[in-house]
Every structure is written in structure tokens, then in C-alpha cells.
Design a protein around this ligand. Structure first.
Ligand code: ADX
Length: 189
């Protein structure tokens, strides 16, 4: 299963995915997190925040996710993924892709502003530090219209958000039948 956590920067995608991974480990479900920030620092270094590059970013993350997912590892992509086109591409290409919209009102994100990005996007136009393409402020975020799951991180506490996402994954995760001893391959000595 591929879980695409889509939402604005600071909405809580990374925090949530880490906690959910820990919860899933307790019930024996293996999880891999593919985090936009982390991959942009490594194999997506060449990509900007233009529309084409953001779509390419999700394409690459999706491809990697599909490899983990094919091994029955729950794979959480934590990336803004602002374009419906990119999200739809993953749904069309891979099995069992679930879109989860991690929502939080912009005024709350501006208040939290853990990375200082919103402050920079709201600077006057002539300011040298101004960010001109921050998703949700001066760049587009296409709200997922029919997400498989919607979580509002402002209206729900962190434990509640963790519970909602963990339960969703547990209920949708394919559990392979346990192999019987007679089906085990014998290794010749
Ligand atoms: S995506 O749009 O291509 O899906 P991704 O999730 O990989 O974005 O990266 C978003 C992260 O990059 C943000 O959490 C933030 O830390 C950083 N960032 C830097 N500049 C921008 C920007 N202009 N818009 C959005 N995020 C930005």
C-alpha cells in the first residue's frame, strides 16, 4: 500500500508519519517513509518548485514507493504534492494508492511557521529574502477533492490524528496468509 500524505508545508505530515510508523511497528507492520524534504536533499536535488518539477518529484517518489510497496511494506510518501495530475498519475500507475489530505488552516500554519517559510513568503515584493512560490501563499495547492482519508491537524489532537491514520492503514493493509511448514522450501545440505 502506498499512502500519499498531501498537504501544505507545516501541516504535520512528517510528524504524523513518524508516529504512525512507530504505532504500526507495534502491530508488526513494516513501514517506510519517503519524505519530500529528505529526498529533495538527496536524489531530487536537481528539482525546483516549478509545476513541472513538483510533478516530477512526486513521479520519482512514487516510483521508489512502488518498490517498497511491492514487498508489502506500507509506504508513506510525505510530500506537499499540490497537483491533482501528479496524484492521479500514481493512482493510475500503481496498486493500492491511498490519498490522504493532511489539512490545516493557513492562518494556523503562518502562526506555527516552524521553518520560517511563511514569514518569508509574506515579505514585501522587493525584499531579497522573499519566497515567491510557497504552496498555499503564492503558489497553487489543488485540494484533493475525493481523498481516501481527510485529517485536519488543527481540529484534532496529535494522538487523535495518529489514531485515525494508523487505524486506516491497519484496516486497509493486506496481510499475507502465514505460510504452512510444508510449504517451506528445503535447502539441501
Ligand atoms: S512538492 O511540492 O514537490 O511535493 P515537497 O514536499 O517535496 O514539495 O517539498 C516541500 C518542502 O520543501 C517544504 O516542506 C519546505 O520545507 C520546502 N520548501 C522550500 N521552498 C518551498 C516552496 N516554494 N514551496 C513549498 N515548499 C518549499
Amino acid at each position: 500500500m502506498i499512502i500519499l500524505l498531501s498537504g501544505l508545508s507545516g501541516a504535520g505530515k512528517s510528524t504524523l508519519s513518524q508516529h504512525v510508523k512507530n504505532q504500526l511497528a507495534k502491530v508488526g507492520i513494516d513501514t517506510e517513509i519517503i519524505d519530500g524534504d529528505e529526498y529533495r536533499a538527496k536524489i531530487c536535488k536537481d528539482l525546483s518548485f516549478s509545476k513541472a518539477d513538483r510533478i516530477e518529484n512526486i513521479r520519482r517518489l512514487g516510483f521508489i514507493a512502488s518498490k517498497f510497496s511491492a514487498r508489502n511494506i506500507v509506504t508513506i510518501i510525505s510530500a506537499i504534492s499540490p497537483y491533482d495530475e501528479a496524484r492521479q498519475e500514481l493512482i493510475n500507475l500503481y496498486n493500492n494508492v491511498k490519498i490522504v489530505h493532511i489539512d490545516c488552516p493557513l492562518n494556523e500554519l503562518i502562526e506555527r511557521d516552524t521553518k520560517g517559510l511563511y514569514k518569508r513568503a509574506l515579505l514585501p515584493d522587493e525584499h531579497p529574502d522573499k519566497i515567491r512560490n510557497l504552496t498555499g501563499v503564492n503558489d497553487q495547492y489543488e485540494v484533493p477533492l475525493k481523498p481516501d482519508l481527510y485529517i485536519n491537524t488543527h481540529q484534532n489532537s496529535l494522538p487523535r490524528c495518529i489514531h485515525i491514520l494508523t487505524s486506516f492503514i491497519v484496516n486497509n493493509h493486506y496481510k499475507p496468509p502465514r505460510s504452512h511448514p510444508e510449504t517451506l522450501i528445503e535447502i539441501p545440505s
